[in-house]
Design a protein around this ligand. Structure first.
Ligand SMILES: *[C@@H]1O[C@H](CO)[C@@H](O)[C@H](O)[C@H]1NC(C)=O
Ligand SMILES: *[C@@H]1O[C@H](CO)[C@@H](O)[C@H](O)[C@H]1NC(C)=O
Length: 293
């Protein structure tokens, strides 16, 4: 190679480096939602915890599903994260769902749970369980309130209206009765609790998920990306029984260990202080194959 050519290449490379804008202080622009939103679970940047205690100010059901003596203002936190979730712009902020020893719903002493239901997502007749819908959510691990992956956690699911099954479960940790599955992954399980996809938990970045439920064709399809990357389809439209209507639930349901009656008994450590950070939560209409990526 001629030394003049080499010099030219080096000069060009140096110019490229210098021309690169410094983006450290700037948040990448939020991705646009392309399809009609059926339920918007994105929390306004101006929201305060007590907004979530009443129907008139909450986007969620203020009464469910949580410890009997807790209010949602006791449960939800608004952590500062280094970046916003992919579909959250400056109008929205991340929220954290937490559980403690008081997170006992009704008489379910085996579980610790705090699950958000979207207002309007009724147990029967909801637009969320008709046609083709995609639920979007982004997650961020909180090292200060780490989940204990020796337990099984449900984080996002759709429960049939007669409460006999969940059409899908998005989970992490040690799935009871399935010791062959890795613990430190996010996993999507179908109605029969069979894992159809998983990805390792990333502890210092957003992970973005979308699940399309086709209630006519009885399929489910998973999309995933990390950080600001566009979502990519990571499964085919897997056959799944989506019948039975019901509701979405978003948050934490932690199962106990050491019991076959997980609802009512088993082991939960005390002085629990666990949480999971959510952002970019919404359900969009995916009729005609529309999915925001
Ligand atoms: C954020 O997005 C919403 C629609 O998704 C839009 O109405 C709003 O103006 C945007 N806000 C900012 C600060 O970009
Ligand atoms: C995690 O859960 C296991 C199983 O219940 C328990 O033995 C262990 O003490 C827990 N770890 C922490 C840090 O609480």
């Amino acid at each position: 190679m001629h030394s003049s050519t080499l010099f030219g290449l080096l000069a060009a490379a140096a110019a490229t480096v210098l021309a690169k804008p410094c983006k450290q202080d700037h948040q990448a622009a939020a991705a646009e939602v392309k399809c009609p939103i059926v339920f918007d679970g994105r929390v306004k940047a101006t929201a305060v915890p007590t907004d979530f205690d009443s129907y008139s100010t909450s986007i969620f059901n203020p009464d469910y599903v949580k410890g009997q003596n807790l209010k949602w203002s006791d449960i939800l936190k608004f952590p500062n994260t280094p970046t916003a979730a992919r579909f959250d712009n400056a109008t929205y902020k991340p929220f954290e769902v937490t559980i403690s020893d008081a997170s006992i719903f009704q008489t379910q002493k085996g579980f610790r749970r705090a699950g958000l239901q979207l207002q309007g997502d009724t147990n029967t007749g909801s637009p969320g369980s008709k046609g083709v819908k995609t639920i979007h959510f982004s997650l961020r691990w909180d090292a200060q309130r780490a989940l204990n992956l020796s337990h099984e956690y449900l984080n996002v699911w759709h429960e049939a209206s007669d409460y006999s099954a969940n059409q899908f479960n998005f989970e992490t940790g040690a799935i009871l009765g399935q010791s062959g599955l890795a613990r430190d992954t996010w996993k999507v399980l179908d109605r029969k609790n069979k894992q159809i996809w998983s990805t390792p938990i990333v502890k210092n970045d957003w992970q973005n998920f979308a699940i399309t439920l086709d209630f006519d064709k009885n399929t489910l399809r998973v999309y995933y990306s990390q950080g600001d990357e566009p979502l990519k389809s990571v499964t085919s439209a897997v056959s799944n029984d989506n019948s039975g209507e019901g509701q979405y639930q978003i948050g934490i349901l932690k199962k106990p260990t050491g019991t076959s009656d997980v609802v009512n008994s088993g082991y939960q450590e005390s002085k629990l202080n666990e949480g999971l950070i959510y952002g970019s939560l919404f359900i969009e209409d995916s009729a005609n194959g529309c999915v925001s990526l």
